[in-house]
Design a binder for this molecule. Structure first.
Ligand code: GDP
Length: 334
């Protein structure tokens, strides 16, 4: 069997210098390290992240979600091109839970955002893969820091609106954008109330052609729905607008609102406070992930768990007792 050999690594200093210079090849290689599960890569990645940390953070981080087909990639293409025209550099990362199970990820499709992908002011990286959403989210968070250190001042983090990943994206971004369609109920769009509640802005996409009137009606309905939620701690009043990503209508308005939001939260202190809280949460996420790996990565534990599973199935042990036994033996092993 062919043995897996990692590609030759650079020196830590080469990664750091390359990233800080905005070298895209080195940036990509640094992100590959962050995504790697090899212990040696992880050590290297941690050193790099620690070194670039003072150069990170200087961006506005925007989360973008919506069900498949709502027009996320079309929107990001139009939005990204607008931002570049305005002189920004845009990094696009994604959290795609499906990539944990299948090799081909929905968001990793290379044909998406083709024009944007060819621009030097844009950097697009498909979703990291991993066993757990928490692990994938941590990797995306580190990729985000690397992009910021490489000089990207707008980071878009995209996710498909079908599960828990929205919460992860919300937890690492400053502004949360929800794309919706007119003429389909919330249930139809698979958007849960909790996700709407996280939104700073709802954009009813595909407001073009015959769809304009319906989209405006939907906009008013969503705007009313947003008003029913308790006021956000940011002091920002979430709003709903219409847009056509395909026809490039209403896209500039989204950026205007993001800028308005940024001004408000800079002024009232929420921007910094939220970032600080997110950092703390991120530390705990890492602790949880490391602990899980430490525990489940131990061979004895894996073997013992199989026996315990059978004991639980056969009702020889209660699930609580079985958990206690394995945790006790883990504690003794460390
Ligand atoms: P994603 O799965 O959310 O990334 O959605 P895509 O961006 O791939 O778009 C799904 C389909 O909707 C594609 O055929 C797009 O051309 C179309 N689409 C996206 N935005 C618009 C829009 O504003 N208006 C119209 N009419 N179609 C759109």
């Amino acid at each position: 069997m062919k043995k897996f050999r990692p590609k030759k690594r650079l020196e830590v200093s080469e990664y750091i210098e390359g990233v800080l210079k905005g070298d895209r090849v080195v940036l990509s290689r640094a992100i590959t390290l962050v995504e790697s599960n090899l212990a040696s890569d992880k050590r290297l990645a941690k050193e790099i992240i620690q070194a670039i940390l003072p150069h990170s953070g200087n961006s506005i981080r925007i989360g973008i979600t919506g069900v498949p087909g709502v027009g996320k990639s079309t929107f990001i293409e139009a939005f990204g091109k607008l931002l570049i025209r305005l002189g920004h550099r845009v990094a696009i990362l994604s959290i795609d839970p499906s990539s944990q199970r299948t090799k081909g990820s929905i968001l990793g499709d290379k044909t998406r955002m083709e024009e944007l992908a060819n621009k030097p002011e844009a950097y697009i990286r498909p979703s990291a893969s991993g066993d757990t959403l928490g692990g994938v989210a941590n990797k995306t968070g580190e990729a985000m820091l690397l992009c910021e250190a490489a000089g990207f001042d707008v980071v878009l983090i995209e996710t498909v609106g079908v599960g828990q990943s929205e919460t992860a994206v919300h937890g690492m971004t400053d502004f949360f954008l929800l794309l919706m369609l007119s003429g389909a109920g919330d249930e139809l769009q698979g958007i849960k109330k909790g996700i709407m509640e996280m939104a700073d802005m709802i954009v009813i996409n595909k407001a073009d052609g015959d769809n304009v009137k319906k989209s405006d009606l939907a906009r008013r309905q969503y705007e009313n729905a947003l008003h029913l939620f308790p006021p956000s701690e940011s002091g920002w009043t979430p709003l709903a607008t219409t847009a056509s990503a395909l026809k490039n209508i209403g896209i500039d308005q989204v950026w205007e609102k993001v800028e308005e939001f940024k001004k408000l939260v800079d002024h009232n202190g929420y921007f910094l406070k939220n970032r600080q809280e997110q950092q703390i949460q991120w530390m705990y996420n890492n602790i949880h992930e490391e602990l899980k790996q430490l525990f489940y990565g131990t061979d004895q534990i894996a073997d013992r768990l199989k026996t315990l599973e059978q004991d639980v199935v056969d009702a020889r042990l209660s699930p609580v007792k079985a958990a206690e036994i394995i945790i006790e033996s883990f504690k003794k092993s460390i």
